[in-house]
Ligand binder design. Structure first.
Ligand code: M6D
Length: 398
């Protein structure tokens, strides 16, 4: 699998990434707004069928709307059709109108016409609300102040009601177990996005630093270097097999975030943790025959779930390309080669008959499950392709 000539790896990687950018701009962004956006309500559909028609009757998860808002705010650059930015704006308005509860938190699930079906609090959904607000602030400067006020109020609410005494956040009020690393990962992502765009970055810097500390001291096992998913109320591994789950996609996703954080803070220990996470994902989380990242391991690195979903491939790519830039220069060729492998893995999932859609799950036998493409994966794809394009260009010009 490994390709050892550095210049040929960069050339191959640049070719793959150019192809991915082309696919994104010419096929994916157009179809997910033309077919995937519901002009009647202003929100986004959950899924597009593989024949290219919208799946209009799905209920809509709160996480999907802000993820799609991010895609069309960040993807709609100056040459983009006006409909892309318009879709981001109307979907955010729909999200606010439908999911926002009187206490300022966001509920979890709504019907296609906008009736709230499950208004329960989920930390995960609050993280994506914050993330979308940051991208709106970035893309639409006249709305920056409004978004910052809104995001600050949401963060204040989270701190007031859900702050965990040992750092990080609770899953519920009253206490709900297990505690989870996953929503913290997305809060970390949102805090880094806000740190870059806020008029007053201080609360976001504090949030990012707090989450990094909890990740380094609680989520990551000091002996193996692996990051777990589920915890008891003292941030110890949750009892039973649940507490032993280690997801390769999340090893990569946290590696990317901790590498970003470490580069901005000059924190060498965090960079070591990030490279170790990457290494665990790459050593134990890749299927040699299918050449893709799989869903689940246990803490002894045996396989807990051999299915390969699309999103871990995007996280593999983001972490590899960034570590090629900010990691140990002696390992650059290794990371570039990993980025090339990840790009090729991602491409397998994008090979649908109607261009611009994707398969979400590859079975252990290498066949994809034939099912509608979920909108929830788009944010992973957009972020990975834009990150790979930007970082590779920086690597090439230095
Ligand atoms: O499962 P969906 O909604 O497609 O989201 C895709 C995935 O995104 C990742 O960043 C993680 O948070 C996963 O736990 C999640 O499953």
């Amino acid at each position: 699998m490994a390709n050892t000539d550095p210049s040929s790896v960069i050339t191959a990687l640049a070719g793959e990434i150019d192809g991915a950018v082309e696919w994104l701009k010419r096929s994916a962004l157009p179809i997910w707004v033309d077919v995937g956006h519901d002009a009647e309500t202003g929100g986004f559909f959950e899924r597009i069928n593989l024949d290219g028609t919208a799946n209009r009757n799905d209920n809509r998860r709160a996480r999907v709307q802000p993820r799609q808002v991010y895609c069309y705010a960040v993807g709609g650059d100056k040459d983009a059709p006006a409909s892309w930015h318009a879709a981001a704006t109307t979907a955010f308005a729909w999200f606010e109108q439908v999911y926002r509860r009187p206490d300022g938190f966001y509920g979890s699930l709504a019907s296609p016409t906008g009736t709230m079906l499950d208004d329960s609090f989920d930390l995960y959904n609050q993280a994506f609300a914050l993330f979308a607000m940051a991208q709106i602030a970035q893309t639409f400067p006249p709305r920056a102040r409004e978004m910052e006020d809104k995001a600050r109020a949401l963060l204040a609410g989270l701190r007031a009601t859900y702050a965990h005494p040992l750092g990080g956040f609770e899953e519920g009020d009253p206490v709900k177990l297990p505690l989870c690393s996953n929503p913290h990962m997305h809060l970390f992502e949102a805090s880094l996005a806000w740190e870059a765009v806020a008029g007053d970055p201080a609360p976001w810097t504090a949030l990012a630093d707090e989450i990094a500390r909890v990740a380094l001291t609680r989520f990551i096992d000091a002996n193996t270097g692996a990051l777990r998913e589920f915890f008891d109320h003292d941030w110890r591994p949750y009892p039973g097999d649940k507490g032993r789950i280690v997801e390769p996609g999340h090893q990569f996703e946290w590696a990317w975030l901790l590498a970003r954080w470490s580069a901005s803070r000059g924190d060498a220990a965090a960079m070591n943790a990030a490279t170790r996470l990457f290494d665990i994902g790459a050593r134990h989380g890749l299927c040699p025959s299918r050449e893709v990242a799989i869903m689940g391991l246990f803490d002894d690195f045996t396989i807990s779930d051999p299915v390969a979903r699309l999103w871990p491939q995007t996280e593999w790519l983001k972490a590899a390309i960034l570590l090629a830039k900010v990691g140990d220069p002696a390992d650059r060729e290794h990371y570039l080669d990993q980025a090339l492998q990840a790009t090729r893995a991602l491409k397998k999932f994008l090979a649908t008959k109607v261009t611009g859609l994707w398969f979400d799950k590859m079975r252990p036998d290498g066949n994809f499950i034939e099912e509608p493409a979920p909108a929830s994966s788009f944010y992973h794809i957009v972020c990975a392709i834009l990150e790979a394009d930007t970082v590779l260009k920086r690597i090439q010009t230095r």
